[in-house]
Write a protein that binds this ligand. Structure first.
Ligand code: S3P
Length: 194
């Protein structure tokens, strides 16, 4: 019998957890850095499940991220975000794409640092802007000029994102190149922490 619930691109013909990771990989970085797209491909290529923390939050709350911000406010969103990511960190190793603000929470950052391999997906302002302007699903960017907001967030957050275990550039090129870069870096790094 064919299992139609698994899309062909989600199947890994080579096997599960190819890097034999004991910890999840947590992707951090600004909105538009490509955490979800790259994370999904990375997970597929190394035979792990992929989880997007924003999707998990929306599912737990029963409404979209913009609706959570509008109805309950950012503080409640951050609380949900923290709880969801803490839960994800304690399950089997997966690839976790976090929302851009998650790593800014000191407690969550410490938990990520001690329980996961964190990867900062670093991208130039123009790349971020190009990507975020395709959708209007990010409440923080709907509060004014996207360029100005992203510039401010880069200044505030880049020093904190740089505390991640690894930093990988996510440019305009093919996502697959970034994925390969992450795999090589994680492989070299995970020997020290597994
Ligand atoms: C946010 C980033 C978003 C989402 C929320 C807040 C942030 O996720 O969690 O809108 O504070 O940077 P992405 O980084 O996946 O867009």
């Amino acid at each position: 019998m064919t299992d139609n619930s698994i899309l062909p691109e989600d199947r890994n013909p080579l096997g599960r957890n190819l890097l034999e990771l004991k910890r999840p990989i947590v992707l951090v970085g600004l909105m538009g850095a490509g955490k979800s797209t790259i994370g999904r491909r990375l997970a597929r290529d190394i035979g792990l499940d992929f989880v997007d923390s924003d999707e998990e939050i929306a599912e737990a709350a029963g409404c979209s991220i913009p609706d959570i911000f509008e109805i309950y406010g950012e503080t409640i969103f951050r609380d949900l975000e923290k709880r969801v990511i803490l839960r994800l960190l304690s399950s089997e190793p997966t690839v976790i794409a976090t929302g851009g603000g998650a790593f800014m929470n000191a407690e969550l950052r410490d938990m990520i640092k001690s329980n996961a391999i964190s990867v900062w997906l670093r991208a130039e302002l123009e790349v971020l802007l190009e990507r975020v302007s395709r959708r209007n699903t990010r409440p923080l960017l709907e509060q004014g000029d996207k360029r100005a907001i992203l510039t401010r967030l880069m200044n505030e957050r880049h020093p904190i994102y740089s505390e991640a275990n690894l930093a990988v550039d996510s440019g305009e090129g093919a996502h697959e190149t970034v994925v390969l870069d992450i795999i090589q870096r994680v492989k070299a790094y995970s020997g020290d922490v597994s």
